[in-house]
Design a protein around this ligand. Structure first.
Ligand code: FAD
Ligand code: NAD
Length: 475
């Protein structure tokens, strides 16, 4: 096998593998190196996203949501079932199958595109060389014309509550529980905390979440965050804000967590503790001396707006560089870099990266919040439409939440869209497309939406920005 490639990608997660496939589509010779190992020692492409993130979490969210609906919603439909329960082993088996299908799919995609998969560790050496160490220890040095670094991220650990892999776990550990903890503690009420807290709460755990900040979901639109907190409270998530964790101790199979809030020192006893306080870039043993690639004080590989590092023909994409840690952001960067290497037009529009939190109700947004627009000094108008006024949402027994459109007063451009409610993560795609093309709220108003659909709520929210909504009183 040749050791010379046009492109060597280090990292086969959702940033690295699309870069490899697009580079191959662009008729370049490509190798993709990935070192991921699962708990059982098996290797797999797909990185955090496929093995321990997006895909397994969504599998468990779906299973637990179905259980919750069977227990709490079926009655309203007149559906009579006996006692409904969960077989955790079967649920986990289904999740593992979905993960395996997804990761094996990448190998099939590589084969079809002509990408050479290499499983083991990659290390960038000076002169666009990459040292590859296979899992059996065998070493090769590859020569590349371009190198794409896509080494991803890892969970942050809390020094005072270190992971033990059993009682105090990271998000991956929380996806693997083989029984439902009676009492579950979660440190961090961010995206992972809310998604995985929802999973185990719906399956029966008492869940207490300790969040250091005084505000809930500060990155979301304030109106959405307020609505979300109300629904998570109804689900039974006990979210304690302004809680500063002082430490956690494991003893006799229980975890005692100490924290301080405005009422003073507190203590919480749980069966398991999930620490989900953010992720940090992962670059361990990735860069040899003298490559010219720089890392910033937080550990991110330094890149410009086009994902170029300081070293000629070395690029970096995904969670290991600045920007939101989202699979689709990494994918766009990977694809853009592979196109740029081939001399094609490539650009990532960082202003329109959607965010989705896959809870129930689901939360999704793109662009600026109302507060951010106001702080920018630009006058804006806001349209709101509640799902309670949507016939489709009522038919789905899902009337919670609303769509919100924030548009500029001067030229009517849509500046942000915020949704909490059924299928918010799917609905946001229309807003992303509209904003990608700099659409005005009038463009959305004039677009025909099928009836009865959830997307009508977005249409009506755009109309409401000009006080022209039909299906809800304009205020
Ligand atoms: P990674 O997916 O981390 O992949 C990097 C790969 O590179 C890994 O396989 C790693 O082993 C390998 N690697 C690292 N260094 C080397 C080396 N030197 N040599 C060889 N291989 C190396 N994002 C979303 O957009 N939507 C979601 O719903 C979502 N859910 C999530 C749920 C959870 C529980 C978690 C933890 C994350 C979730 N994310 C989600 C975030 C998402 O998983 C990440 O943003 C995404 O995986 C980043 O992709 P990446 O390719 O940059 O890095
Ligand atoms: P996050 O940044 O979303 O949330 C971490 C939370 O922990 C924050 O609210 C923070 O204030 C809090 N926190 C930090 N230190 C704390 C402490 N000592 N005590 C108590 N609270 C503390 O991070 P995450 O939830 O760990 O997720 C990591 C990354 O994974 C995120 O960037 C996210 O984008 C990505 N992710 C995305 C999805 C999705 O797109 N649906 C799902 C899961 C994860």
């Amino acid at each position: 096998m040749s050791d010379e490639f046009d492109v060597v990608v280090i990292g086969g997660g959702p940033a690295g593998y699309p870069a490899a496939i697009r580079a191959a589509q662009n008729k370049l010779s490509v190798a993709c190196i990935d070192e991921w190992k699962n708990y059982d020692g098996s290797t797999a492409f797909g990185g955090t996203c496929l093995n321990a993130g997006c895909i397994p979490s969504k599998a468990l969210l779906e299973s637990s949501e179905l259980l919750h609906r069977a227990q709490h919603e079926f009655k309203a439909h007149g559906i009579q079932v006996g006692e409904v329960g969960i077989d955790v082993a079967a649920m986990q088996k289904r999740k593992a199958t979905i993960v395996r299908q997804s990761t094996q799919g990448i190998l099939a995609l590589f084969k079809s595109a002509g990408v050479t998969p290499l499983q083991g560790h990659g290390r960038l050496l000076p002169g666009l060389k990459v040292e590859f160490t296979a899992h059996d220890g065998a070493k090769r040095t590859l020569q590349a014309k371009h190198v794409v670094l896509a080494s991803g991220s890892q969970p942050m650990e809390l020094k005072s509550a270190p992971f033990d892999g059993e009682r105090i776990v990271d998000s991956w550990g929380a996806l693997e529980f083989d029984d439902v903890p009676k009492r579950l503690g979660v440190i961090g009420a961010g995206v992972i905390g809310l998604e995985l807290g929802s999973v185990w709460r719906r399956l029966g755990s008492e869940v207490v979440m300790l969040e250091a900040l005084p505000d809930f979901l500060p990155m979301a639109d304030a109106q959405v965050a307020k609505e979300a907190l109300k629904h998570f409270g109804k689900l039974g998530l006990d979210i304690r804000l302004g809680a500063k964790v002082t430490g956690a101790k494991v003893s006799k199979g229980k975890v005692t967590v100490g924290y301080a809030d405005d009422k003073g020192e507190q203590s919480l006893a749980v069966d398991r503790l999930v620490v989900a306080i953010g992720r940090r870039p992962y670059t361990r043993d990735l860069l040899a001396e003298g490559t010219g690639v720089e890392v910033d004080e937080r550990g991110f590989i330094k890149v410009d707006d086009h994902c170029k590092t300081g070293a000629a023909n070395v690029w970096a994409v995904g969670d290991c560089v600045r920007g939101p840690m989202l699979a689709h952001k990494g994918k766009e960067e990977g694809v853009a870099v592979a196109d740029a290497i081939a001399g094609l037009y490539a650009e990532v529009n960082y202003k329109v990266i959607p965010s989705v939190i896959y809870t129930a109700p689901e939360i999704a947004w793109v662009g600026l919040t109302e507060k951010q627009v106001k702080e920018s000094g630009r006058a804006c108008k806001v349209g709101n439409f509640p799902f309670a006024a949507s016939g489709r949402a009522r038919a789905m027994e899902a009337p919670a939440g609303f769509c919100k459109v924030v548009a500029a007063v001067d030229d009517d451009e849509i500046l942000g869209v915020h949704i909490i409610g059924p299928m918010a993560g799917e609905l946001i795609a229309e807003a992303v497309l509209a904003m990608e093309y700099s659409a005005s709220s009038e463009d959305l108003q004039r677009t025909i939406h099928a009836h009865p659909t959830l997307s009508e709520a977005l249409h009506e929210a755009a109309l409401s920005a000009d006080k022209r909504a039909i299906d809800f009183p304009n205020r």
